[in-house]
Design a binder for this molecule. Sequence first.
Ligand code: ATP
Length: 373
Amino acid sequence: LQQLYGPLNYLGTYYRLIKQALVDVEALHKLLEENIEVNDADGAIELLGTSSTGKAGKATTAISFNKVTFGYDPRREAILNGISFDVPLGSKLAIVGPTGAGKSTMSRLVYRFYDVWEGSVSVCGLDVRDVTQLTLRRVLGIVPQDTVLFNETLHLNISYGRAGFDDGVEQARMHAKKGPNLRLIPTLQQLRERRGKKATGGGAGGSTAKEDDSKWIDERLAPRSVVEEAASVAKLTDFIAKLPDGYETVVGERGLRLSGGEKQRTSIARVVVKNPEICVYDEATSSLDTHTEREVVAAINSLASSGKYAASLSVAHRLSTVVDSDIILVLSGGVIAERGTHEELLEMDGTYAGMWQAQNSSNSSSANLSNES
Ligand code: ATP
């Protein structure tokens, strides 16, 4: 039995390594599959963000929807019908509405995961179909409903927002359209392999594999101070402090070792590291408990009003997260049913006011329940 212990131990180690590699490739495939519907137009130009100049001169709006009609399936009715609105530079816009109304769909159209049936979506004054996807996604930062986390450390997952890392995945998407060839795609997986080769080569000047490894991390990842700052904005600091391996904790397959709220906060931290000009939050706080949600929303709002971001668009279920927005759109039945500030919408006494009352009464009854328990 003792003789068997060594080989079995090796087998176990290699099994874990191979499994982890497969998980990373699986995550990549998921990303590749996600976006095969759109291509860069011939002659697509680079989007330079708020300094972009379009046909109409310098951009004054961060995001514009112009009579947008869209659905996922041409055999079915459109989900959005002639939607128009602007997110002016320097403003925060929120979209609310019943479940299935098409709120997340609107955020996907900004990112150009799909092309509209009619009308146009513009970012910084340029139609998203006229710019390269790579530069479009550099200007935008998104906190999606389902964050894709790699089976890597928290440090890496947060650093992933840094330019260079997510560009790698965007390039991967584009290569995928011409026929996926993992060996040609600059991915995390490939970068890790390169790092592995370099590390096992012993390094120049007598440096050890461990020193090479840290060098690779220093070059590719955001510095720890940047990651820590982002984690603090996303209210992750206390959670990470309690982990025995801290920022070096591996999050598990698709982040399974994290709760929904922890995953979302990692995603928020990732966007803070990315530091994009325009932020899109899609139900960014839906898995957080009320207390943590309030903290994260306060952090996001203070960032948004710090002048750090040129504009933000939030898709929200809980109205408490949008009360500070400059403009709130109420999406219902494929159209914008109401628009205004929180106070204006309450005064209208329509759909929004009804949703506000309903959420407040359910909040107070759940507060009562927790007081009683
Ligand atoms: P929720 O508040 O529940 O997240 P939502 O307002 O964000 O809802 P969307 O996720 O935008 O709504 O979905 C709008 C409609 O489009 C729904 O009927 C949904 O089933 C459908 N839908 C969403 N994604 C797809 C897809 N990839 N393919 C086909 N239909 C889809």
